[in-house]
Ligand binder design. Structure first.
Ligand code: GAR
Length: 185
């Protein structure tokens, strides 16, 4: 199988990145991860880039000069998929329009419910019985692009933000890899 090249954007712990890196090591997974971008050098996930020896950059993509550099890199590396994995910046319109290939994101709620931040707190406050995660294409509106896949979890009365996060993220790791398989099928 000829794998496509992908770039993963992170801002934090990088546990989704880790799951994707593991999947990408399987011979029949459709992508290789060739490049990792973080908006902050504090992102713990950058350690994974070093561990797996994958080129990475800390870049503020709201700066035009960085954007020019980044798009050149994407061309050089023949990147055909961008995966947002806990990337906590909004990509601007120009960026999305300029990258004419796929950009996908994972979000910790059952979209279209609970777009934006603080999903676990909002879900608990509204006494939801179900929540989960969604993988979707990125468009110009926040957390609103076409949905690729959702996975659900049941909320128990003993759940709090921390336990919900753990349960939802366990689903995310499978959801993200399954989504990538499905979009290249
Ligand atoms: C993930 O749970 C992801 O769904 C969420 O950030 C977490 C990152 O964790 N993304 C968003 O909230 C995007 N709006 P990770 O760095 O351990 O993968």
């Amino acid at each position: 199988m000829v794998k496509k090249n992908a770039c993963v954007f992170i801002s934090g712990a990088g546990t989704n990145l880790k799951a994707l890196l593991k999947s990408s090591r399987e011979y029949n997974f459709p992508i290789n991860i060739n490049y990792i971008i973080s908006n902050t050098k504090q992102a713990k996930g950058l350690k994974l880039a070093k561990l797996y020896k994958i080129p990475f950059r800390v870049l503020d993509l709201n700066k035009t000069a960085n954007l020019e550099f980044f798009f050149k890199e994407l061309q050089k590396k023949k990147i055909s998929l961008i995966c947002l994995a806990g990337y906590m910046r909004i990509l601007n319109k120009n960026f999305i329009n300029r990258f004419n290939k796929k950009i996908i994101n994972i979000h910790p709620s059952l979209l279209p419910k609970y777009k934006g931040l603080d999903t676990f707190r909002k879900v608990l406050k509204n006494n939801e019985k179900l929540t989960g995660c969604t993988v979707h294409y990125v468009n110009n509106r926040l957390d609103s692009g076409k949905i690729i896949l959702k996975k659900k979890i049941f909320i128990e009365s003993s759940d709090n933000e921390k336990t919900l996060k753990t349960k939802v993220q366990a689903k995310e790791y499978r959801a993200y890899s399954e989504s990538i398989i499905s979009i290249f099928r």
